[in-house]
Structures are given as structure tokens and as C-alpha cells.
Design a protein. Structure first.
Length: 471
């Protein structure tokens, strides 16, 4: 088989890969990008994750607003949710983005955009089974792996036979589940739990730990759980699934909850217990590329694998699984390989003792939960002398005008330097407001910048004036 030679090969067109490819071409590099499916051009975020799920979150919020419109002085009939129409709207949004991603890549790469499945056959050589049914052999001076992750399916007796849903297949349902059981109490599980409760399903969330959102401080996790319980969502925590059975239109779970065994029956089961890397089909052993026990590719702080001139970007490298981190992975590689810079994932210059990038996150429930930096627990574990401030969201004028008074703001500062160590915002528009806190942290400015800054009234960001005045 003839070998085709490139300067660079990218495997996977996620945020890092699709952004890196045009930059390499502009740098004069002959570049190929291999993506397994036309329907996955652009990666998971626009096709099966962030964009479609947040599109459906928006529909659920509209249903909830209509249902509660009397509180705003607007009388209307209770909403009827047409789930098939919700799914079609989601599909339309996704399909509108695919041509944009395809055209951007095809314009830059031309025939270098290859649709097919790649596997290593040597350290710098891959074999591609193309969508046309033939096989191509490609080699390059440098390779970049950006193949992402997929839903993790736990080993539970009877689960594979139970016709369970994942975060992908649940977004193709066109009939509303009467009773949706959600296995997993993390970000993905909670977003779908509230979404389908607002569509009209009964929802039960099963969590293995004693609190939901195990990486958050207990007070924040408890506040989120209480808000979701008020919506009508039921929780079973400290629960282990012993086996699953499917009979007719019912799914039955046999559980151990604390020291008791119980049964729970629902019409659909969503498995949302985490993500696993798309690495096993890559035949990484042929290239000598090291992975951890879960299959994530090991990288250093410059995103280099143990094999020279091979990098791993985005979710596949085991870092925080966010699209904005994949974008920053691209920036690191571009800075080092194209711009003559010297960037790494530790470019925060030890803003925190963890000495890594500041990674903001947002849980898109209502109200949103956004976080950046350390939690109170983490700050204590790292030996900081800290002060903690909290503000009830109902004290913010904009929250009152919007009728969105649920939640709280929480901040942790270093008493020695006055710098912000971390912040959690459980409130309306938290995902937007957290960026203001992040910018102050990155600039290494003291918390007084937010305490004394002239912020627009009335906005949710203005709540930061009030929060940081509590120190």
C-alpha cells in the first residue's frame, strides 16, 4: 500500500483539532485531518453534547416559565410539551452548524480532510478505513490526537439488555418518559434530570456518593439538591445498583441503599456516570503511546505524549472535559509550535498552589451553578488561611426583578494576600457572572477590585459588590 506523506496529521475534529488544522496550514504545513464521520465534524460539542443539550435546556426553561407565568402577572394555559418538536428544534440547531464546520475545514485542508477511522500501525503512521470503503496509509512528522470521549457504561448485571439511554440517545427521544430514572448525580445527570422534569416526566436520580456533585463543597451541593427537590426531583443517594431488568415498557433496578435493599421501577433509564476515552480503537500500543488505567492518553504540561512529536488535545488527554479547555489546548500547541512561544497548562504562574490553569465550569440547571478556582474544602486542604463570604441571591436587585431569587454566591479569599482563591455562584446567569471573577483572579488583583468596582445596576454581576463587601 502506498504511503501518503504529510507534515502534520490530526486525528479528530473536536474544538482543538478543528481550530489547529487551519493554523497549521497557514503556517505552510501540509496537513491532514481524519474524522470518523461527517456527522461528527466539529467534534462532540456541537453534535452530541454541549450545543444540543443546551438547546433542549432552553426549551425546558420556556416550559417552566409558561407554567409559572402567573407569578409575573401573565395568565395562560398550562404548557403542553411536544417532545418531538423539541427534538426537531435541537436537530435544526445542530444541523445548522455542521456545514459551517465542514466548510471551514474543507476550505483549509481540501483533500486533506479525510472521513474515516484511524488506527496507528507505527509511531508516525496511521491506517485509515475511509467512509468510501478503501484503506489509506498516512505518515507525518507530527501527529495530534483529538478523539474525545463517549458515555461510560458501568458493568452492572442486566444493564446491557435493559435498553438504557445515554446522554446522546436521550436527545433523540420523541415520546416523554413517564418516569425517568437517572443513574448518576453529576453535571450531565442533573441537567437531564431537571430538563425532563420540566418537560413533564417524573424523575428519580440515583447517586453512589452521599452527596450530589461530589467535587463541590457540601453547602453548595446541598443547596442544589434542595432546589431540584423543590422542582419535584427525587434522590436516592449512597445507592449501588445490584442488577437491572427490563420487562415490557418497564425498567426495574435492584438497589442497595445504605444498608437496605430496595427495588425501583421506571419507564426509562438514563446512564450518566461519566465519560470514557475514545482510545481503544486507535491501537496506541503500535505507536508506543502511554495511557493511564482508564485509557486516557498521558501528556505533560505541554500536552506532549511520551512519544516525541505526538500530542494529545482535548478530553482524550484526561484533563478537564470542557470545550473551553480543548480550545486552550490548541492555544498552547499553537504558541509552542507556530508562534515561538513557551506555553503550558501551568501558565497561571502559580496563582494557586495547584499551579494549573484556572478552569471555569457551569452546570446548566436553573439557576445555573458556576465555579472557578478552589472550593473551600480544597483551600483548607492546601493550607491556605482563608475567609469565606456568602450572599443570598434574593438580596440582588436584578434577581428580584427577574423573579429569579433562588441560590447563593460564595467566595473564598486568601487572608494573607487578599486574592480570590475560588468562587461558586448558584444563581441566575451564574455562567456569565463567573467570568468577571475569573478575570480578577487571572490578573492577580485583590478581592477589593470587585468590592469597590462600579458595576452596572441592576445586573446580576452587581451582586459581586455585595458578596465581596462581606469580607
Amino acid at each position: 500500500m502506498d504511503i501518503q506523506y504529510y507534515d502534520d496529521i490530526i486525528i479528530g475534529s473536536g474544538k482543538a483539532g478543528k481550530t489547529l488544522a487551519p493554523a497549521l496550514v497557514a503556517d505552510g504545513r501540509k496537513t491532514a485531518l481524519v474524522e470518523r464521520s461527517l456527522n461528527m465534524i466539529g467534534g462532540g460539542c456541537p453534535n452530541i453534547a454541549c450545543v444540543p443539550s443546551k438547546t433542549m435546556v432552553a426549551s425546558a426553561e420556556v416550559a417552566n416559565t409558561v407554567r409559572n407565568s402567573a407569578a409575573y402577572g401573565i395568565n395562560t394555559a398550562p404548557p403542553t410539551v411536544d417532545l418531538a418538536a423539541v427534538i426537531q428544534r435541537k436537530r435544526s440547531v445542530v444541523q445548522s452548524l455542521r456545514p459551517i464546520n465542514f466548510n471551514n475545514l474543507h476550505t483549509s485542508l481540501g483533500d486533506g480532510l479525510i472521513i474515516g477511522t484511524a488506527r496507528f500501525v507505527a509511531p508516525k503512521t496511521i491506517e485509515v478505513a475511509t467512509a468510501e470503503g478503501d484503506t489509506r496509509l498516512l505518515t507525518a512528522e507530527r501527529l495530534f490526537i483529538n478523539t474525545g470521549t463517549r458515555p461510560l457504561i458501568p458493568s452492572v448485571p442486566g444493564l446491557k439488555e435493559a435498553e438504557f439511554l445515554t446522554s446522546e440517545s436521550i436527545m433523540e427521544l420523541e415520546q416523554l418518559p413517564e418516569h425517568l430514572i437517572v443513574l448518576g448525580s453529576g453535571y450531565i445527570g442533573l441537567e437531564f434530570a431537571q430538563m425532563f422534569q420540566r418537560f413533564g416526566s417524573r424523575v428519580t436520580v440515583i447517586g453512589q456518593s452521599e452527596q450530589i456533585l461530589s467535587q463541590q463543597d457540601p453547602d453548595i451541593a446541598i443547596a442544589v439538591q434542595r432546589l431540584l427537590e423543590r422542582d419535584g426531583i427525587e434522590f436516592l443517594l449512597k445507592a449501588k445498583v445490584l442488577r437491572v431488568e427490563r420487562s415490557g415498557n418497564a425498567t426495574k433496578l435492584f438497589l442497595q441503599v445504605a444498608d437496605q435493599e430496595m427495588e425501583l421501577q421506571g419507564t426509562q433509564l438514563l446512564v450518566a456516570v461519566g465519560r470514557t476515552p475514545n482510545s481503544e480503537s486507535l491501537n496506541l500500543a503500535s505507536a508506543g503511546i502511554a495511557t493511564d488505567a482508564r485509557g486516557f492518553i498521558r501528556v505533560n504540561d505541554r500536552l506532549e505524549t511520551n512519544v516525541p512529536n505526538i500530542w494529545a488535545l482535548g478530553d482524550i488527554n484526561g484533563g478537564p472535559q470542557y470545550t473551553h479547555i480543548a480550545l486552550d489546548d490548541y492555544r498552547i500547541v499553537k504558541a509552542n509550535l507556530i508562534d515561538g512561544g513557551n506555553r503550558s497548562t501551568r501558565d497561571s504562574e502559580a496563582l494557586l498552589r495547584s499551579a494549573d490553569r484556572l478552569v471555569p465550569s457551569c452546570l446548566f440547571i436553573d439557576p445555573e451553578l458556576a465555579h472557578v478556582g478552589l472550593t473551600e474544602t480544597e483551600a483548607q486542604q492546601q493550607g491556605y488561611a482563608i475567609r469565606v463570604a456568602k450572599l443570598d441571591a434574593r438580596d440582588i436587585t436584578r434577581a428580584q426583578t427577574e423573579g429569579k431569587t433562588d441560590g447563593l454566591m460564595k467566595a473564598i479569599i486568601d487572608t494573607e494576600t487578599g486574592r480570590i482563591l475560588g468562587c461558586s455562584l448558584l444563581c441566575h446567569e451564574a455562567g456569565e457572572v463567573i467570568s468577571t471573577v475569573q478575570m480578577v483572579m487571572q490578573a492577580q488583583m485583590p478581592y477589593t477590585v470587585l468590592r469597590d468596582g462600579v458595576l452596572t445596576h441592576p445586573t446580576m454581576t452587581e451582586g459581586l459588590n455585595m458578596l465581596f463587601s462581606k469580607f
